[in-house]
Design a binder for this molecule. Structure first.
Ligand code: NAD
Length: 248
């Protein structure tokens, strides 16, 4: 394992361009539940049953209660050493793009700024009628935020079955094509098109490095698969990048 960590760290250090695709696993050690396994249940509902346009049309209050619950967890969470290592990579690398499926905003709180949020952000609401946005961070508004004319706003996130924002796809695609090293961190790689960016990168000549506690459908394509927790492995790949764990 040590040899493979050293090799991956050298690839990253020498790469003119690096991109990373992160998923819920990188925030697991901050205490934010992933969607898979028992952690994915809220009350009796599975995430896949709530994060859909159909669920919102049927019961917007139920969906918003679930999002409020998740917002509270995330507001009380802190970025971990994995987020901080990637923020450090951005400070050091010539060209680094962070593509994330996460909606929790923890990468930004760790100090990353070149972030492509593929699936939106849980602290924003969007009016389906006029497209207006509302920032939900920091306040405690009513459970269902309302559009100017009284319609229910929806969370500004991409639900199962919905298209990703085109601008985000374009940025993620071009970063994937440029990357000499592509990191895939804490994603089950079953949600598309997010997982396809790793394939695009690989086909464009990138070295694919996976960091995950388990095997995924991408493991076979990885040049290096590093088994373990993101908060433990990423700081070893980007030595010196993490800020001190105390005193944010
Ligand atoms: P996922 O829940 O499908 O998969 C999580 C992956 O992380 C798994 O492969 C698991 O083995 C791995 N993992 C768990 N703990 C880990 C750790 N400590 N270190 C490294 N890997 C770890 O998540 P996904 O692939 O991101 O896809 C699900 C969808 O859920 C995404 O669209 C995302 O928007 C959404 N989601 C986001 C959050 C968040 O913003 N934090 C949380 C849950 C779900």
């Amino acid at each position: 394992m040590l040899d493979r960590l050293t090799l991956a760290a050298a690839w990253i250090r020498e790469a003119p361009s690096v991109a990373a695709l992160t998923g819920a696993g990188i925030s697991a050690e901050s205490g934010v539940p992933t969607f898979r396994g028992k952690d994915g249940l809220w009350r009796t509902h599975r995430a896949e049953e709530l994060a859909t346009p159909g669920a919102f049309a049927r019961d917007p209050l139920l969906v918003w209660e679930w999002y409020r619950y998740r917002q509270r967890i995330i507001a009380g969470a802190r970025p971990n050493a994995g987020h901080e290592a990637l923020a450090g990579l951005e400070r050091g690398a010539r060209d680094f793009t962070l593509i994330t499926q996460n909606v929790d905003g923890l990468h930004a709180r760790a100090g990353s700024s070149r972030i492509v949020e593929l699936h939106g952000n849980i602290f924003r609401a969007r009016c389906p009628v006029d497209g207006s946005l509302r920032d939900l961070a920091g306040d405690e508004p009513e459970t269902i935020p309302l559009c100017p004319r009284g319609h229910a706003m929806r969370p500004d996130v991409v639900w199962f079955g919905e298209a990703l924002p085109e601008g985000a796809i374009a940025l993620a695609e071009s970063a994937s094509r440029r990357a000499a090293v592509f990191l895939v961190v804490g994603t089950s790689a079953v949600v598309y098109p997010a997982a396809s960016f790793a394939t695009i990168a690989k086909q464009s000549g990138a070295r694919l490095v996976e960091v995950n506690v388990e095997e995924t459908p991408l493991t076979g394509a990885a040049d290096l698969a590093l088994r373990g927790k993101a908060a433990e492995i990423l700081p070893l790949l980007v030595p010196g990048a993490a800020r001190s764990a105390v005193g944010e």
